[in-house]
Design a protein. Structure first.
Length: 132
């Protein structure tokens, strides 16, 4: 009889203005859910912009309590025109040049949908920033 570890994540993502908050997200290991498990996780944030009829992507690997690396912040700014501040669990979009999306890691993941976040996908539009 082989034992296999069952594992998944439950992302609770909220967006208020331009801040993304993953507080309350859980990792479930062998049917035990814990925020502490989640805080030790590494997950991916995929950024995508559309400009000049081209899709441009940049992926960031982070953990809940890890600050974004200077390299990732620089690449996001240079390649996609996105400026962030914060860390994996809670970060703010400070500025952006083009409409873009953030897709939170979908591998072994479930999402609690909210009005602004569906299936871990978050949209940012330039018009909304100009109005705010």
């Amino acid at each position: 009889m082989s034992s296999s570890l069952s594992y998944e994540r439950l992302f609770k993502v909220t967006q208020k203005n331009y801040t993304i908050d993953l507080s309350g997200s859980l990792s479930v290991i062998d049917n035990k859910a814990s925020e502490m498990y989640f805080q030790n996780e590494v997950f991916e944030l995929s950024f995508c912009t559309d400009f000049s009829c081209k899709h441009r992507f940049y992926n960031v690997l982070t953990s809940a309590n890890e600050c974004f690396s200077l390299k990732d912040l620089s690449c996001l700014k240079e390649q996609l025109g996105i400026t962030l501040t914060g860390y994996g669990m809670c970060f703010t979009v400070v500025d952006f040049e083009y409409n873009f999306t953030i897709q939170i890691d979908k591998v072994n993941s479930l999402f609690i949908d909210t009005p602004s976040v569906k299936n871990g996908l978050i949209h940012f539009t330039k018009n909304a920033l100009e109005i705010a």
